[in-house]
Design a protein around this ligand. Structure first.
Ligand code: TRP
Length: 326
């Protein structure tokens, strides 16, 4: 039996943080065993948030190195830049005819992004973001897409477009399913709900133990626990949420120490940062291996792009045949 296909993607914003790992990468690595995977670097999508392209290549390779360091296997799964497989643009154009503006305006992420970017007037590309994402997925006939909750509306749009195409021209595409990651999003060091580069509240997969410590010192904790001895409320503490992920064995001790006051926030943070450093150590080591071998990284990308192109070309041939144009 042939394996089902996964298309996963991320926008290249540079080095990845531990939130990317627990929210996505950890899952991608596991999925490699069960599915045939394609891993996309969404370097066109990144233009929706910044028109400055100077760092896109660097950011893409930094992200690729983090993927490899986290355990994605380039032999099993092609990793490639969206902009290097031109069929994405062709399929995107065709798909843009199969969905209404009204439907795209109802997409909640468009509204969120407009709010986050503080703009009233979104660009055309923003509205079409999920249409391009659909082309990313369906070009490889992705059956499943590992995503966080926030991306589910996009996958719904992809399903609608697949259905519309199939009804109109004949069956080519699967209706992709979202594969939800079971670990909730990792909160940022400043207590905001999301770790994100733009908020500057991250711990990177590439941070050394001293950096992790320094970053952790700034983490917010229970505001009522001011000094050691004060009883704390772990359920509202950010650092405690990290213990749950990175130091699960000691959670009962940490919880009891925090509640009684015996454990102060500083010591608690130092225990936590040591655990996080331990957790990322193998990733950091592997990262250093690839950092020292830029040619090997380039080759991985070129090979991935070649494989992606082959798959994309096959799909587009089917599309052109069904549509009798192109
Ligand atoms: N929208 C995704 C994100 O912001 C990135 C992305 C682009 C993607 N194309 C994709 C994700 C295709 C999954 C499949 O994270």
């Amino acid at each position: 039996m042939t394996k089902k296909r996964i298309l996963s993607g991320m926008r290249p914003t540079g080095k990845l943080h531990i939130g990317h790992y627990v929210g996505a990468l950890e899952n991608w690595v596991k999925l490699q065993e069960q599915y045939e995977n394609f891993h996309l670097i969404a370097d066109y999508h990144v233009l929706t948030t910044s028109l400055n392209t100077d760092d896109i290549y660097l950011n893409s390779t930094e992200m690729l190195i983090d993927w490899l360091a986290a355990g994605l296997d380039p032999v099993k799964s092609p990793m490639f830049r969206q902009s290097k497989v031109k069929e994405h643009t062709e399929l995107h154009l065709i798909f843009s005819m199969l969905i209404t503006v009204n439907r795209l305006e109802r997409n909640p992420t468009v509204k969120e992004q407009a709010r986050d970017l503080n703009i009233d007037n979104i660009i055309y590309g923003h509205l079409g973001y999920p249409v391009l994402q659909t082309a990313d997925i369906l070009l490889y006939k992705g059956n499943a897409v590992p995503v966080g909750e926030d991306q589910v509306p996009h996958i719904e749009i992809s399903r609608e477009i697949a259905r519309k195409f199939n009804n109109q021209y004949g069956n080519v595409f699967p209706e992709p399913e979202p594969l939800l990651t079971n670990f909730a999003r990792l909160a940022g060091l400043d207590g905001s709900s999301k770790m994100s580069k733009s908020l500057g509240n991250t711990i990177l997969l590439s941070d050394d133990p001293e950096t992790v410590k320094a970053r952790m010192k700034k983490a917010v904790t229970d505001p009522k626990k001011i000094r050691k001895g004060d009883p704390g409320h772990p359920e509202i503490c950010l650092v405690f949420s990290y213990h749950k992920k990175f130091n699960s064995a000691e959670v009962p001790t940490i919880e009891a120490g925090c509640r009684s006051g015996a454990l102060g926030c500083f010591d608690c943070k130092m225990i936590c940062s040591a655990k996080i450093s331990q957790f990322i150590e193998p990733i950091r080591e592997k990262r250093q291996y690839y950092e020292a071998r830029p040619d090997e990284v380039k080759q991985i990308l070129f090979d991935g792009e070649e494989r992606a192109r082959t798959a994309a070309k096959a799909t587009m041939e089917e599309v052109r045949e069904k549509m009798k144009i192109g």
